[in-house]
Design a protein around this ligand. Structure first.
Ligand SMILES: *Cc1c(COP(=O)(O)O)cnc(C)c1O
Length: 224
């Protein structure tokens, strides 16, 4: 078995255990394997192990490696978890099945005009960090109403680094509940089990599956 496949089995077991230990887990929790910075060979190891749900944070990087992999594994589901510029919307909707980072009216307008309509999540900046994308928690209600007519399925957050994430997961879950949104994208390698306790339907796990990322090879930054 490949190292990736071994890691996958371990993470799926931890997700299962966290769901069993949770008082009110979501009806299901999907693992999004975050493959940013990793090449097709590492991704293929997970595809060959049967995994089909992946996340990328840059449109351009995903365009470079996913069209060929999607041909080989057509039932793959690709999630955009990084910021989306309006001039990339056309490319993004062509490639991605779910976009987690809807966060401003201009982007909502561009998505409304797009031909293909992937499922959407609204990113909420639960920590109100100036450097981070997402709508402020107090503006979330208004923005959810303003995106009516778009296929918005849920909310996504990236809690501030270095502090306990639980209050942020709780806030996101409360907002989703208040607005009848079924999906909650929250939890990464370090905290996905906590997110599951608060009802995560999608956890985004990168380094626990693939090991540490080597950013020296790309111009990327981790947004947390
Ligand atoms: C990179 C990234 C992740 C995965 O982070 P890990 O800590 O490696 O699991 C999750 N969500 C977003 C938005 C990311 O950019």
């Amino acid at each position: 078995m490949s190292q990736e496949a071994e890691n996958l089995a371990a993470i799926l077991a931890r997700i299962d255990a966290a769901r069993k230990g949770a008082i009110a887990p979501a009806p299901s929790t999907r693992l999004i394997a975050v493959s940013k910075t990793h090449g097709p060979e590492r991704i293929r190891a997970l595809l060959e192990a049967g995994h089909r749900v992946f996340g990328e944070n840059r449109v351009q990087e995903a365009q470079g490696k996913w069209p060929a992999l999607k041909c080989e594994f057509p039932d793959t589901e690709l999630h955009l978890i990084g910021p989306l510029q309006t001039n990339k919307v056309r490319d993004a909707v062509a490639l991605f099945d779910v976009i987690h980072t809807l966060d401003r009216p201009k982007l909502a307008d561009a998505l409304r005009a797009a031909e293909r309509k992937p499922d959407l999540l609204i990113q909420v900046n639960t920590g109100e960090e100036p450097q981070k994308a997402g709508v402020a928690p107090l503006e979330a209600a208004g923005f959810i109403v303003a995106t009516k007519g778009l296929p918005v399925k849920g909310l996504m957050c990236i809690p501030p680094a270095g502090i306990a994430p639980a209050p942020h997961f709780a806030l996101l879950a409360k907002l989703a509940r208040e607005h009848g949104l079924p999906w909650l994208s929250m939890g990464m390698s370090a905290d996905f089990e906590i997110a599951i306790r608060f009802g995560a339907t999608h956890v985004r796990v990168g380094s626990a599956l693939f090991g540490e990322r080597d950013y020296s090879a790309s111009a990327d930054t981790v947004l947390r």
